[in-house]
Design a protein. Structure first.
Length: 172
């Protein structure tokens, strides 16, 4: 976080729609939100970045800023707002033909739909999985293995080693 803050300070107020500055703002907002360190600042940074990116007209910069906003507003009862943000990111990624952003938008939308108990969750997840299968794993951080000991989608849970799959369904 310190490095992102330092980079943002070094870029100065400058041009409001400078893509580099907006992406640094978005990255800092995402990091602050993800780690729950300063949610008001994360929300402010993301909102300012989105507004400036809309004025700038670069769809990929706007998508990056919207992804930061999605993280910054993530809280109970915000799934409808997050789903709208994810849909806009997916549309921007489609227009820019950016598979990685499209993939991230679909994953976030699937999560948002799951939180809403939306029956369209399954179709959204299927679309995410279809897109993920077409993108080389090295190109997408979302498809890389998690932390040490993390089973991941191809790990033990995919092999049926969940407590509910064991005889008697106990958690042992």
């Amino acid at each position: 976080m310190a490095l992102l803050s330092e980079a943002l300070d070094a870029l100065g107020p400058g041009q409001n729609d400078d893509p580099l500055r907006l992406r640094v703002m978005a990255s800092l907002a995402r990091a602050l939100a993800w780690h729950g360190l300063d949610l008001p600042r994360a929300g402010t940074l993301a909102a300012e970045a989105v507004a400036a990116a809309r004025a700038g007209g670069d769809p990929l910069t706007l998508a990056a800023c919207l992804l930061a906003q999605h993280h910054a507003v993530w809280a109970p009862d915000t799934a409808p707002e997050r789903l709208r943000i994810a849909a806009e990111v997916a549309e921007l990624a489609e227009r820019a033909d950016d598979d990685e952003i499209r993939l991230e938008a679909r994953l976030l939308a699937a999560n948002d739909r799951l939180e809403l108990a939306d029956p369209a969750f399954r179709a959204e997840l299927d679309e995410f999985l279809r897109l993920a299968a077409d993108i080389p794993a090295a190109a997408v951080p979302l498809r890389r293995a998690g932390p040490p000991g993390h089973a991941g989608p191809a790990g033990r849970l995919a092999r049926g080693d969940r407590p509910a799959d064991r005889p008697g369904g106990d958690a042992r």
